[in-house]
Design a protein around this ligand. Sequence first.
Ligand code: HEM
Length: 208
Amino acid sequence: MALTGLFLIVFLVVHLIGNLQLLKSDGGRAFNLYAEFMTTNPLIMLISYVLYISILVHVVWSAILTARNRAARGKVGYQVVKNSSHWTSRNMGILGTFIFIFIVIHMRDFWAVMHWGGINHVTYDGQEVKDLYSVVAQAFTRSWYVALYVVSMLLLAFHLWHGFASAFQTLGLHHVKYNGTIKFVGRAFAIIVPAMFALIPILMFTWR
Ligand code: HEM
């Protein structure tokens, strides 16, 4: 869980930097060229397969662990846990389930369209590429769709609030000297990254 989680955290940073190109006022040129590179470069394609497997392992393994924990505990629930832990840590499964549903919808609407959809092409300096920018811009003209992204990013923030530091702890990378820093960085990450993701659909909706 921790290894795949950390890999997904790295993916989020790369994905965010790429997606910020959507906000350039160049008619989608930078984003379309970036998307073309990301979907045709052999090394990136290989990393993408590792990413799909990581998402599935992360989801399936969490379901197995939850089932095992429930079985081990039997009918006796935790007595003191409510006061001693943050509610995000007790709801990682439900938060993760909603995030997984978001990823499925998200990949159906953008990733699947990029790979197999009937998508327009544009030419930049003689290079013909798919116009994924227009697909994304069109999607974010619908207010309910923007709201879906904003709510999903809020859930992602809660999931990361606990998940970031927890991944380090699970891997044994915790020490009194560094715990405070890891917790601080994790919480800053949990706020800043989802907030910047959420800003993209909001700005694209309001600027159009
Ligand atoms: C405003 C927010 C976001 C935008 C505009 C966005 C946009 C896109 C686009 C256009 C694609 C298709 C291009 C491609 O395949 O590389 C894509 C793929 C993908 N997105 Fe997002 N994304 C956002 C947030 C997220 C978040 C928060 C997650 C995860 C929680 C995520 C997970 C993925 C995954 C797993 C893929 C497939 C990547 C691959 O094939 O390598 N996205 N996204």
